[in-house]
Design a binder for this molecule. Sequence first.
Ligand SMILES: Cc1ncc(COP(=O)(O)O)c(C=O)c1O
Length: 383
Amino acid sequence: MKLSQRICQTEASRTVRFSTLIDQMKREGKNIINFAIGEPEFETPESVRQAVKEALDAGETRYGPVGGIHELRSALARQFAGYGPENIIVSNGSKQVLYSLFQVICNPGAEVLIPSPYWVSFSQQVILAGGKPVLVNTKNHQLDCAAIEKAVTPETAAILINSPNNPTGAVYPASDLKIIADLAEKHDFCIISDEAYEYFVYDGLPFVSPFSFENIRDRLIVIRSFSKSFSMTGFRIGYAAGPEEVIAAMAKLQSHSTGNVCTFAQYGALAALSLDQRILSERKREMEKKREIACAYTAGLFPCIRPGGAFYLFPDISEYLAKTDTDEDFCTYILENTGVAVVPGRAFGRAGHVRISYGISENLLKEGFEKISESLKNLERKR
Ligand SMILES: Cc1ncc(COP(=O)(O)O)c(C=O)c1O
């Protein structure tokens, strides 16, 4: 059977070999401590679960409006000054939001600037949309605004900003976001702001969205998700906020692809929006404490830039690599010797690194790091 060029050009996840090994070890009854997981271990809040049960009992089990139920879109729009429900589309996770967005903004060959390292799906989704991902290296995990401007061409359609960042945990300062906003205006491209980790910004700092810059609102699409913020990864609810014509185009695409997001799940999302803020603050505090634990252990093992947000560390493990070893081999070594799973940096476009998620329980976090420290004693460092 012949497959389309489009799907053939798309790379399968580089973590596949690795996930297969994890599955095999689990089947063999081995205990795995999962530092590879991309979700916080907190439970989905009680009020959210309750709202879903009530929605089910109330018969909210049918097709709904393609772009999301009106109450949810209206509530989401209230977060964005001047926006109404027509500026919001709700999709199956922010993953689908991003997929649809690239489909509607990319003509063949359209270039999308992506600061690197980056979340795995960005580049592949651009390719699936017929566009061309243009990777621009970050400097110490921060935006290199000069390099970004150099990478702009007449084909540049958009830049993708992801702060707090997956995989590095970096939070970009407002001053850099402003430079990017001005570049977008000067060179006439749009900004996609992936704010999946908006609730996880530490050190008492506020979360800053490019939406705060009024001059770019006609070229900005904000992408958010209920997954990480409210521990609702399985609900598959994400949304975009942006200019009406982009949202309408995405809704047109969605009407032919998935239709609406699970109707009763949307009532859970609605309940999440009126969640007691103290629950979210408490969770953030707990996560911040785990960041301290993870940073303290990592500091004794590898060079690692201290992250300001999300729940990932992205240390440089290259001094443990012999000439022919890759970060994938390193992850396999750690997994086989300790049962701790971490993700190779190459999966995020940066070899010689690993991504460690510290969103798991404090006990497991400590146990996992103790095991890694022990097993690294047997690995010679390149010095
Ligand atoms: C930066 C970023 N964006 C988007 C997503 C997709 O999340 P979801 O589809 O669960 O909303 C993820 C998931 O890991 C992510 O890390």
